[in-house]
Design a protein around this ligand. Structure first.
Ligand code: AMP
Ligand code: MG
Length: 330
């Protein structure tokens, strides 16, 4: 199969035709690029798992173009959904709801709940509005780093998908927050740019699952898999001293390490290889995956700045820890 990249404006009509014919289209969202298929067409959705090499028991998120469309894919929708929707939809928040019969089991890994999100990216919104709700995971090979540009998608899925819509760089940079509204207490299954603190402000009590606690839970089977992994070793450094010491150690042994750090650390890094994560947590979130892809292609050992605290920092660290296999120093 030949994979084409088209400017999102020019390629929209063709993308809609492909989706209606049961084919896949990669498209930009504000979080990361998605690989979409008609959420009501089980055969089309199966192609997503094949193209990505994704395990069948890892469920997909259904992307909708309006709050009303949630009723097409979910049932018994609680008030909390509409309270959250007023504040965060469209946006980087996914909500787990009871599934409607219209959604085939392949989308939900056989489960009776469905994850629903309304993306804010204009291309994603227009694409869904002109076609149908789209089942879509991130548009990377399973377990690899999520894509934040059309080029990243091509690097992972060339020859495996017919069309990639290019809508530039993603603005948020990590996957959506996943919030389960089918449990007794609303529970964050995956942290993201919509933080636990923001949700708690609206809903009151909110629970969260530590990554370790999720393993083996039927509720979110996909969370047991390795994610976001680069092709070279990576370590998280909780202090500048630890980062620089590890760098020098690896370099002295003949390795080619690189520091992934925010600008305040650039001066101390001196002449060492350095990829910038910007000025603050919001920059870090947006730039992290692209920095990881650049690092793995140019160097052979990645040293990542660790963050402490809640809010965005906690969501970033969730991805950083998975990317490094939980390998933390200093
Ligand atoms: P991805 O789009 O590749 O980041 O994967 C989607 C993720 O959403 C899955 O790995 C799960 O963590 C989560 N998810 C999707 N559907 C459900 C569901 N029905 N229940 C719980 N979590 C879900
Ligand atoms: Mg993914």
């Amino acid at each position: 199969m030949v994979t084409r990249i088209l400017d999102a404006e020019k390629g929209l009509d063709e993308a809609v035709s492909l989706l209606k014919a049961g084919e896949l289209v990669a498209f930009p969202t504000e979080t990361v690029y998605g690989l979409g298929a008609d959420a009501f067409n089980g055969d089309a959705v199966k192609k997503i798992f094949e193209a990505k090499g994704r395990p069948q028991d890892n469920p997909l998120i259904v992307h909708i173009a309006s709050v009303e469309q949630a009723a097409e894919v979910a049932r018994d929708i609680p008030d909390e959904f509409y309270i959250l929707a007023r504040e965060f939809m469209p946006g980087p928040l996914t909500v787990v709801l009871p599934k409607s019969d219209a959604v085939p089991g392949v989308v939900t890994a056989g489960g009776d709940t469905v994850a629903v999100r309304m993306p804010s990216h204009p291309v994603a919104r227009r694409l869904i509005a002109a076609s149908m709700p789209l089942a879509a995971p991130s548009a990377n090979r399973s377990k690899h780093i999520s894509p934040t540009t059309a080029r990243h998608v091509l690097d992972d899925l060339d020859g495996r998908v017919p069309l990639i819509l290019d809508g530039g760089e993603c603005g948020v940079g990590i996957e959506s927050t996943v919030l389960d509204l089918t449990s007794a207490v609303p529970t964050v299954l995956r942290p993201g740019a919509v933080t636990e603190e923001m949700i708690a402000e609206l809903l009151g009590k909110v629970g969260s699952l530590s990554p370790g606690a999720v393993i083996g839970r039927a509720k979110s089977p996909g969370m047991k898999y390795t994610h976001y992994a680069p092709s070279v070793p990576a370590v998280v450094a909780m202090s500048e001293e630890a980062a620089l010491a590890r760098y020098d150690e690896i370099a002295a042994a003949g390795g080619r390490p690189v520091l992934l750090m925010t600008e305040p650390h650039r001066a101390a890094a001196g002449g060492r290889a350095f990829i910038s994560l910007g000025e603050d947590a919001v920059d870090y979130m947006r730039l992290f995956y692209a920095a990881m892809r650049e690092a793995e292609s140019a160097r052979d050992y990645i040293i990542i700045e660790g963050l402490t605290g809640g809010g965005e920092a906690r969501s970033i660290m969730n991805r950083v820890l998975k990317s490094s296999g939980g390998n933390v120093i200093g």
